[in-house]
Each structure stands twice: as structure tokens, then as C-alpha cells.
Design a protein around this ligand. Sequence first.
Ligand code: SF4
Ligand code: SF4
Length: 97
Amino acid sequence: MKTFRYIDGAAVLRLDVEACIGCGICVTVCPHRIFELPNSRAEIVDYNACMECGACATNCPTEAIFVNSDDGCGCAALIIDRWISKVIGKPVSSCSC
Ligand code: SF4
Ligand code: SF4
């Protein structure tokens, strides 16, 4: 996923480290490997790869994660379009946000 990235600085992802109980669910569900669990607490290791899908916040048992997946872009379409464009060699755009 390293080449399929969102827009730098655009995500609204927030992590409350004090509220984290180290369950590791966010590490498991994040499709972009944003989180690691170095000292039994979650840590954001690749902030700009977040595409605001909301899976981490939805599954975190202590609400330690906030991401604006309703009002944020959450634009998986942009990432997929870039991928398809690369494969077929011409621009594709299905993103309307
Ligand atoms: S899902 Fe929540 S509680 Fe579990 S490791 Fe991630 S931030 Fe911590
Ligand atoms: S919103 Fe999605 S991409 Fe961003 S950190 Fe959470 S699970 Fe990963």
C-alpha cells in the first residue's frame, strides 16, 4: 500500500494514547498500517497514509481514536483511480468530493 497514498496533511486522524488499552485492533483493521503497538499502546507511524475509512475508530473499544469519516473526504476512490490510471496508462477520475 506504500504507493497508494491519500493526500499529505489532509486526514483528521487523532489518537488519545492515554485512553488506549493496547488491544491491537486498530493495528489489525487498518488497511494502510497506520498504527503500531511498540509499548503496549497504539502509536501513529504513518499519518499521511490514512484515507479516513473509519475502521480504526469504529472498532476501538475505548474510543481512543477519532477520524472524521462522515465529513472528511475518506477518498478511497482517489487512491483506486490513481492505481487504475497507473495500470491502464491514462487518467481515470470517479472522485466527486
Ligand atoms: S483499538 Fe483503541 S484501544 Fe485498541 S490498540 Fe488501538 S487505540 Fe488502543
Ligand atoms: S481511518 Fe482507516 S486508514 Fe485511517 S488509520 Fe483508521 S483504519 Fe487506517
